[in-house]
Design a protein around this ligand. Structure first.
Ligand SMILES: *Cc1c(COP(=O)(O)O)cnc(C)c1O
Length: 392
């Protein structure tokens, strides 16, 4: 085998994550590595916690980045909040709700499932019935932005219900933070996790989490040890806790945290509301282009995520062939359908730095060219024209 330094191709990332990583974040990643207990690194940790609190709209003290990807943030929440024999209500309307169920069961707890069709939102009434029928449930878990289908569920209503029935709320916000409104304190979210490679536009591998005082009480008063040593927040708090008395738990991913810090700083400078508006604006540009071309969204407008666009593939068009040509000829990555939606739709991400005019133009122009070349029944030229008009 001949081996050499790896130089990745330059891509435009418009799938379900990772999203495009801006130059300033890439530069931050390449700064010199320092010790993970260096006072300067601790300063970076404190700033990162502050910036995460801003991104989550929370004052929660226990707001930290878990040193592993979004799925580990999910596992951190379930592992710390549940004990064997506990009952959790889990809402499933796509891939990630299924993963939540796996977590609950592997903790030795019971998952009461509330299932909704893929492509629809979590049904608040069904959740209320489940809460009524299970007064001993400890936790209500659901996904805010279902990346597998492009659907938003109502965090505010679901968390209010959880509290009404004396339950903790656990929200998957991997694809929502930075892209659409999420207000952890105001909406009564008790536990939440996100990812770095979606609307925050940093590199994958870190999962910010945040816990309310009520959730922290539950974690501190467990009867059994958290089954994962690495994810046990009672131990991690010793490292990410207050002030100078921090003790070694594991070696933090130092450079990836430089990257996250820079990405969060960029969001802080832009402002959360402005970032949400930017995602909406470019979603509208993409929508104008795709609909003018004759393509259709797979999800009803009122629950559509601006940052993850599920678009039906025209009849007779081969999914893999289109995505292959986009990648080879335009260096553009779109997402394939997952699970039940495989082969039926594309998932077009407008996450973080990928939510920009350049990407919308490239995507609509490339689809216009490739689809008409393959003989799809589209309105040739109408898509790019609609995009120009949107941005005029
Ligand atoms: C991407 C994603 C995850 C998993 O994150 P990883 O970083 O891939 O582990 C979990 N939930 C949702 C909604 C996601 O989009």
């Amino acid at each position: 085998m001949t081996v050499s330094s790896f130089i990745p191709p330059k891509r435009t990332l418009m799938g379900p994550g990772p999203s495009d990583v801006p130059e300033r974040v890439l530069q931050a990643l390449s700064r010199p590595t320092i010790g993970h207990l260096d006072p300067e690194f601790i300063r970076l940790m404190d700033e990162t916690k502050f910036l995460l609190q801003q991104a989550f709209h929370t004052k929660n003290q226990l707001t930290i980045p878990v040193s592993a990807p979004g799925s580990a943030g999910m596992e951190t929440c379930f592992a710390n909040l549940l004990e064997p024999g506990d009952k959790a209500i889990v809402c499933q309307n796509g891939v990630f709700g299924m993963r939540m169920r796996e977590n609950v069961e592997r903790m030795g707890a019971n998952a009461i499932m509330v299932e909704d069709e893929w492509g629809t939102a979590v049904d608040v009434e069904k959740v209320e019935q489940a809460l009524k029928a299970n007064p001993d449930a400890k936790l209500l878990a659901f996904v805010h932005a279902e990346t597998s289908t492009g659907v938003e569920s109502d965090v505010k209503a679901l968390c209010a219900l959880a509290h009404q029935y004396d339950c903790l709320s656990l929200v998957d916000a991997v694809t929502s933070v930075g892209g659409i409104a999420l207000k952890v304190d105001e909406w009564g979210v008790d536990a939440v996790y996100t990812g770095t490679q979606k609307c925050l536009s940093s590199t994958p591998g870190i999962s910010p989490v945040s816990f309310s005082d009520a959730a922290v009480e539950v974690i501190k008063n467990r009867h059994t040890k958290v089954q994962s040593w690495f994810l046990d927040l009672n131990l991690v708090m010793g490292y990410w806790g207050e002030g100078a008395k921090r003790a070694y738990h594991h070696t933090a991913p130092i450079n990836p945290l430089y990257g996250l810090h820079e990405a969060l700083l960029s969001l802080h400078e832009e402002g959360n509301e402005n970032a949400w508006q930017r995602h909406r604006h470019h979603h509208n540009g993409l929508k104008a282009g795709l609909e003018a071309m004759g393509l259709e969204f797979a999800v009803q407008e009122s629950i559509r995520l601006p940052q993850l666009n599920a678009v039906s593939i025209p009849d007779g068009i081969d999914d893999a062939q289109v995505r292959g040509r986009l990648l080879n000829d335009y260096s553009l990555e779109l997402g394939a359908g997952l699970g039940k939606f495989a082969g039926n739709l594309w998932r077009i991400g407008l996450m973080g730095a990928s939510a920009c005019e350049e990407n919308v133009s490239l995507c609509v122009t490339a689809l216009d060219e490739v689809l008409s070349d393959m003989g799809a029944a589209i309105e040739k030229g109408a898509g790019p024209a609609a995009v120009l008009k949107h941005y005029a």
